[in-house]
Design a protein. Structure first.
Length: 244
């Protein structure tokens, strides 16, 4: 662990007592996350966070060494693991789906997370706690520790990619826009030119199920996740858990 990361861990694990007024790591992280929630990652700067807190930029530098450390702080702040993930899972598949749902909710609430530069594996306390909870779900599957880690990395990458796609699509990922796209496909998919596509359109493959509530009419990760979990189930059944 490099010196910068080591200092950050020490301060996150043993924060100084918060005073009624003044700067602290939790206050700085909260303010930075609020700036990102409101204006996106590009809106975050040391100067803007300091201004939001009512302090000078130099005062902020006495607590945070620079923007990279600030990004780690704000990520750790919003990535607190929900208590439900500490409860026993009914089975590994249900547990991973619960883990993914919690991830999805966090990523939707703080869409700037998917814009953070990836400089290496998860390194903050709360990030590692997410990894720990996912690995714990796979306890008892018979998979090797290496395979468990591979499954968690695969699922985490899929959730991150899905959330980024949803963020990129923006309003186009809404139920209304997707329904409009389905209608457009219906008018463009000529049966002679695109016979397979026409058959899919006619079968309602691009429609929402009848009666689907509005909150479910948006870009979703469920189909892809289920196929990944199908693959994990095959891996478990193969008996490869003893190693590679």
């Amino acid at each position: 662990m490099d010196d910068t990361l080591g200092r950050l861990w020490a301060r996150l694990d043993d924060p100084a007592p918060e005073r009624r007024a003044g700067l602290s790591l939790p206050r700085i992280a909260r303010a930075a996350a609020e700036v990102a929630d409101e204006g996106g990652l590009d809106a975050v700067s040391m100067a803007r966070v300091a201004e939001r807190l009512g302090f000078t930029t130099m005062a902020l530098y006495r607590h945070v060494r620079g923007k990279q450390e600030l990004l780690l702080l704000m990520l750790d702040f919003v990535a607190e693991v929900p208590a439900e993930l500490d409860e026993p899972a009914a089975d590994w598949r249900w547990g991973l789906r619960r883990w993914c749902r919690a991830q999805w909710e966090m990523l939707r609430a703080h869409s700037w997370i998917v814009r953070l530069p990836i400089t290496g594996p998860p390194v903050t306390p709360n990030q590692l706690a997410w990894t720990d909870r996912a690995l714990a779900v796979l306890r008892g599957t018979g998979l090797s520790e290496a395979d468990k880690a591979g499954v968690v990395l695969l699922v985490a990458n899929y959730m991150h990619s899905s959330a980024r796609l949803g963020a990129d699509l923006g309003p186009a990922a809404s139920g209304e826009s997707i329904a409009a796209h389905s209608a457009l496909l219906g008018s463009l998919a000529d049966a002679r030119r695109y016979p397979a596509l026409r058959a899919a359109v006619d079968a309602g493959a691009f429609d929402y199920p009848a009666g689907a509530p509005e909150e479910e009419r948006r870009f979703d990760y469920s189909f892809g996740l289920d196929r990944i979990l199908d693959g994990v189930e095959c891996l478990i059944r193969s008996g490869r858990g003893g190693g590679r």
